[in-house]
Design a protein around this ligand. Structure first.
Ligand SMILES: [Zn+2]
Length: 81
């Protein structure tokens, strides 16, 4: 992950991370342009949404859907796979 200094836009390094709650964290950063800037700052990163659900979720959703089908339909699905 890359963080840029909000003052000079140069690359900054993340010196530490403080998790706030699930999916939200504060990143403590230090500007690498030490000659002209040298700012230190805190930036926040947050989880927004999935583009694809995690594989495990997809598999468990499929498994629970299949379990609710009558046995004959379950077998038919498996034979088509
Ligand atoms: Zn800077």
């Amino acid at each position: 992950m890359r963080v840029n200094c909000p003052n000079c836009m140069n690359k900054a390094i993340i010196t530490s991370r403080e998790n706030q709650s699930s999916g939200i964290a504060d990143l403590y950063c230090s500007c690498t342009n030490s000659k002209e800037c040298g700012a230190t700052f805190v930036t926040t990163i947050a989880f927004k949404h999935y583009l694809n659900p995690p594989r495990k979720n997809t598999a468990s959703i499929a498994a629970s859907l299949i379990k609710n089908l009558p046995k004959a339909e379950q077998l038919e699905l498996l034979s088509n796979a």
